[in-house]
Design a protein around this ligand. Sequence first.
Ligand code: PXP
Length: 388
Amino acid sequence: MPVLIRSEAFDSTPISLGTVEKTGARLLDRYGLEQAELSILLVNDKRMAELNQFYRHKSGPTNVLSFPMPSGETQTGGTMLGDIVISVDKARREAELRNISCHRRIERLLVHGFVHLLGYDHERSPQDAEIMLAEENKIIDYLSKHQRRNGMVNLAINVDHVATLRQARGINEPDPVTAAGICELAGAGGIVVHLREDRRHIQDRDVVLMRQMVKTKLNLEMGASEEIIKIALDLKPDMITLVPEKRQELTTEGGLDVAGQVTRLKEVVDRMREASIPVSMFIDPESKQIKAAREAGATFVEIHTGRYSDAANEDEADREFELIAAAAEEAYESGLRVNAGHGLNYLNTSRVAALDTIEELSIGHAVMARAIFVGLDQAVREMLALLF
Ligand code: PXP
């Protein structure tokens, strides 16, 4: 194992050890040090203060410490580069000040510690500080271009709400088809529409026109009813997303219970496969649903981010985020392609977008709500800016 990661920061913000470990591995990769070992330890402020006092005779916690091990030999005959210790508490506070995710801040600290291990030292002289900063920036740039296993995250915009406004008046505007065009021109990589059985917003005419004009990717969200399955087979969208559908709900509530209907859903997948339509299943972040989606033959899962988005406080959001990160990792590792969505907005999306297992985010309400004030083009561009 080239990266040995351990966390003692049990009482701190939960962060995905897998994500930090992968960043460590990419750093080794970047410098051709795949044979070397790097140890990363995450601690809380109390432990960091002890280490800072012991090794540097400085009081209080610092954000990152590195301990190079120039001649360390590993059991496999490689070299031990050294240890990097990061305080998750301090990283979280620094992230809040910078309005970035804790993961992003930890990544920056990891890079800083890593560059120290390579022999750079900003404390030697102002000139050395400049050289070290330039190297760090180079790596951050490299990571931002190479860190996603899935390439850049794609933004798919759900235009149902435009149709909701139209239906409220029972006339022909605003037109969700025009909205789809504007979203694509602004840089969206896909359009999502939910053709509900009760046709409360999107109409048959909308999906027919969108099939003709959408240049990126048309994702038809749908319940697995026979009527809508037939429409999908006829329409041939670029993909479908199966969701649970209840007539009384305001929006899709909860994920699809795939585990409870594998045989039935497998039939739907088989019919779609014959028409070359990939199937995604909208599921809660649960292992049992991921396994069932695999069994049913889905190509994608869309992880439900609703509980994360609706969290009442930061701790709850952190817990829900960890469930999403773990589910996305499990689904990705099992061979599924992974999308995510529901309730994402301008404040909570970056963190999910930073998960490199996720290929696409499906966002509707927040973008349309902002579009009322700033225009749809700008609302889409502002969301896109948060993804990278
Ligand atoms: N994904 C699915 C499966 C959905 O049902 C919805 C809501 O229509 C979304 C994503 C988008 O959710 P929101 O409108 O809250 O961004």
